[in-house]
Design a protein around this ligand. Structure first.
Ligand code: 3PY
Length: 327
């Protein structure tokens, strides 16, 4: 097909943690006539009419009513990533526009990230790395003892695709796996990874590592607050690979300062990035990474491919593999 016959696609995401790379643009250009925000703004009327889809990830620029009003032929917003909390689904659906996400593409890389944070925190990798490169060469490993993940108890809150992948990995570490989820997994699925369903309270009380893998929804906002942190063991570590707002961050700061819990390892915070004077950045029992759960070469491409398949399905009026609906 000649380029001008391809459906117009607006790329929203520039910058952020998942900036659209050149190879990604090439992939998109195989199926779409790619239009940047700059090009749209330069020629709003003509470009606006061409655009039938928007490719977006955890973006900083927002999709607002003003933008949607300028795109009369828009049919679908293809989110590259699973979380859609940055999109106003109700408002978008009022424009008759569908939203899709990429739950398959993100699962392995995000689960890997959860394991990486758990191991890094348990074995004090960040502190160790800082010591190894510091001018002080008079240090002993015995001063920096970590704890073992092997055979420890892991509590997974949110047992969707990513949570389940975490459980598969944790099994290789012979971990005792507890999980809490809205819907209980089948017996076969539980047995396959050796995971036991648990009430939240029991999970929090028993786990050495608590990992948050839920979507951010009104029900999960501040799911972990002062009360929940108080239930955790003083030796426990909280790991968050979902969304920052799932934790009451002020309560977390207090719990870390008072040693209510031992440590936290966070790939997500609110806001992102944190203001440089934020108290979380001053604590030495916290590891923070800049929302890089899916920031791998493989996941970036798989997300784009999944998003492309979703968007093309909408444009061709085929069944849509991963449509997200307003709650
Ligand atoms: O897919 C998502 O929603 C992510 O946050 C990736 O890290």
């Amino acid at each position: 097909m000649a380029e001008q016959e391809l459906p117009g696609l607006l790329i929203m995401d520039v910058g952020g943690t998942h900036g659209v790379q050149e190879s990604l643009a090439l992939l998109l250009k195989k199926h779409f006539c790619v239009i940047t925000m700059k090009e749209l703004l330069e020629n709003k009327k003509e470009m606006g009419k061409k655009i039938q889809s928007i490719f977006v990830s955890e973006c900083r620029p927002t999709i607002d009513e003003e933008l949607l009003e300028s795109l009369p032929n828009l049919k679908v917003i293809g989110n590259s990533g699973v979380g859609v909390d940055h999109l106003n689904l109700k408002m978008i659906s009022n424009f008759g526009v569908k939203v899709t996400n990429t739950p398959h593409a993100v699962a392995d890389s995000t689960a890997d990230m959860g394991m990486a944070l758990m191991l890094a925190s348990a074995r004090r990798l960040v502190e160790g790395s800082q010591i190894a490169v510091s001018p002080d060469t008079n240090y002993f490993a015995a001063d920096w003892l970590g704890v073992e993940v092997t055979r420890a108890t892991l509590g997974i809150i949110g047992m969707g695709r990513i949570g389940y992948k975490v459980a598969q990995r944790a099994r290789a570490f012979e971990m005792k796996i507890l999980y809490h989820n809205r819907n209980r997994r089948s017996k076969e699925e539980e047995q396959a990874v050796g995971a036991c369903y648990s009430e939240m309270e029991d999970l929090l009380q028993q786990s050495d590592f608590v990992m948050l893998v839920v979507n951010l929804t009104p029900e999960t906002e501040k799911l972990i607050g002062k009360k929940e942190l108080g239930l955790m063991k003083p030796t426990a570590t909280l790991i968050n690979i979902s969304r920052g707002a799932v934790i009451d961050q002020d309560a977390l700061v207090e719990a870390l300062q008072n040693k209510t819990i031992k440590a936290a390892a966070l790939d997500v915070t609110y806001p992102e990035p944190l203001p440089r004077n934020h108290p979380l950045l001053k604590l030495n029992n916290v590891i923070i990474t800049p929302h890089i759960g899916t920031a791998t070469v493989q996941a970036t491409h798989m997300k784009a491919e999944e998003a492309i398949a979703n968007m093309l399905s909408v444009l061709k009026c085929h069944p849509v593999p991963s449509e997200v609906f307003p709650q």
